[in-house]
Write a protein that binds this ligand. Sequence first.
Ligand code: 9MR
Length: 575
Amino acid sequence: YVPDTGPRVRVNQVGYLPAGPKNATVVTAATTALPWQLRAASGTVLASGTTTPRGVDPASAQNVHSVDFSAYRTAGRGLTLAVDGEISHPFDISGTLYDQLRSDALQFFYIQRSGIAIDGNLVGAEYARPAGHLGVAPNQGDTDVPCQAGVCDYRLDVRGGWYDAGDHGKYVVNGGIATYQLLSTFERTKNAATAGHGAALADSTLRVPERGNGVPDILDEARWELEFLLRMQVPAGKPLAGMAHHKIHDRNWTGLPLQPEDDPEPRELHPPSTAATLNLAAVAAQCARLFAPYDAAFAQRCGTAAKTAYAAAKANPARYAPSTGNGGGAYDDSNVTDEFYWAAVELYLTTGERAYLTDLTASPHHTGNVFEARGFGWQSVAALGRLDLATVPNGLPATELTRIRASVTAAADSHLAEIRRQAYGLPMPGDAGSYFWGGNSNVINNAIVLATAFDLTGAAKYRDGAVQAMDYLLGRNALNISYVTGWGEHAAENQHSRIFGHQLDPSLPKPPAGSLAGGPNADLQDPFVQQLLAGCAPMFCFVDDINSYSTNEVAINWNSALAWIASFLADQGDA
Ligand code: 9MR
């Protein structure tokens, strides 16, 4: 199978910020420098120079050159880069490039909502659908869900929340990091100099039913999931009270496409887990501090849930979800030291209480390296705590804060070093180990570390690193593809989803603009790519086909990363 990868000149197909870095990659047999031309839509040559030969890129197995046209800083539309007889996809140079991506990436969450009808007047008629999983036949409903056999003797109303991904499952662990990233996108506007006091994330900035209620829409969206997460907590008086059930999903896997309201499978609660409980504790603590100005009662409810969850996790520190099962993902994790650290940090930031400070200080993650070369994710969350300690005002001694902030800039420096090594400019090591399930979100999470270093220091090199990570995701890659639906000349649009089943049934919609695909996965973990892509070079281990859930799914924790970085970049504008 040889994919059509279009012109051999690879650019960010969306474009470049006027004052930002402007890099491209050329696939060529040439081993010596080649001339390049930046051209206006009319064909006029705007700038020119020569390429830098980079040799064979290990992740793509291609001989490549890089082009740096950062010196050109004038806004324009429909520009192209011409090298070696090839002309790139067109792109813009604009300070408003990422404004719409911020809202598109956030808008994804409303369309993923469970337990509410999706209003076509808000998001387009093709995305309108009845409420899913409210107990209306054929749904068995999330309003009165029993446990799996032998797990508990009660039923819970766990309606609401977001569908995790292309499936109809709802998982507290992954809901945790996704909610954290939305809340963090908002919280950044309180603390970062370039964030403009959050005007772009204020009320009535998204197309959600709650717009106009006086609360920033991004908080309304996060609350839809927070309310679900709170419902997953084991009620007082029951065994393991205060813990959170790990997940709720169908008893058996369903096929594609399948609209939520048509899902006939029994829904089941899975046992409480320590990881889920600590995810609940962490984001409920964030909720308590961020909702306080808008809804004191809700903030208090979150605060209480955070504390009871944290205490329950300490009393049950090693209840691990199994790695096997049917009907849904596992989200298993048998090392929860990082979840303990993250939850203690969030509770400390919210309450200032000494007990949480004692716990976070005693954690090995407080002094250890929490920033891995290949990024953080749902299973490794210590970085979430560290980033918040570095940015959210708190009472740590100045020397401690200095050390913590230095750990963020040190991690950002190592990501910058990696970007320089990579001919495609991504902030990940160049071997196959960087190409795994959902790896595009890890690329962004490294960009978030870079962006946070910029927020802390104002040093442009960190902002520029975050931009380069987006260049990779928006087209500067071996497949010449943008991994974000609707963004770029040639973008993924057939992501694995039961809802967005257009590829299988043309009467169904494609994923909405702003949906991030999981990305190349050298482990080839679904039958479709096992048959199609055997032997692929790592950066080629992706196919834009709905059948490939291990390379091309959508997921809330991937889009939450996209929303964070898009919001950051939109704030940079002409800077
Ligand atoms: O994103 C998850 C990835 O890190 C795991 O390797 C993979 C296999 O366990 O599962 C991914 O999460 C999926 C979840 O299990 C079920 N819903 C869809 C998620 C995205 O593919």
